[in-house]
Design a protein around this ligand. Structure first.
Ligand SMILES: [Zn+2]
Length: 167
């Protein structure tokens, strides 16, 4: 019997594939750097499962709480992309376990405080907030299968500190 559909290479997932009801693989893998450098930023099956966990356990609950679409700025990063942007080799983005994002109309600080009180996470980082601009920065959050560390950190130009600023 003839194949009624084109054969795909093993491990090739289409960008339109949904990882959870409101988030597609394309949204969690798109990268301007990858596009510019011609890097195919495609997760393997293990990373794909990790991305689904981040979408269902972090992004969907945030979306449901704040009733706004969320546009992740960075999700999965293949080793070549991670190296190209100067990311840490141990970055959880490389495992598909982390996402960077903002929520329109909500300060990154308010977002980390909500996640801290309401969700299970491995590492939650308020990235580059500014005391004089509540909208500055973004949120990095990871979620893993099994034990999650619930580590809360703030990253600024002067380094990484524990917890979140009071401003
Ligand atoms: Zn990140």
């Amino acid at each position: 019997m003839a194949q009624a559909y084109p054969l795909r290479c093993q491990g090739a997932y289409t960008g339109g594939m949904l990882l959870s009801p409101h988030f597609s693989l394309r949204e969690l893998t798109q990268s301007q750097t990858a596009a510019r450098l011609g890097i195919i930023n495609q997760p393997g099956p293990k990373e794909l499962e990790a991305l689904k966990l981040v979408c269902t356990q972090i992004l969907e609950p945030v979306r449901a709480q704040f009733h706004v679409p969320i546009f992740p700025s960075s999700g999965y990063r293949c080793p070549a992309l991670n190296a190209a942007i100067g990311g840490s080799a141990k970055s959880q983005h490389c495992q598909g376990a982390a996402v960077d994002f903002e929520v329109a109309g909500l300060s990154p600080r308010s977002l980390v405080l909500w996640i801290q009180s309401n969700l299970t996470y491995d590492q939650l980082i308020l990235e580059f907030p500014l005391p004089k601009d509540v909208n500055a920065g973004w949120v990095h959050v990871s979620r893993v299968k099994g034990a999650n560390r619930r580590q809360s950190l703030t990253k600024t130009r002067s380094g990484i500190s524990s917890g979140f600023p009071a401003f």
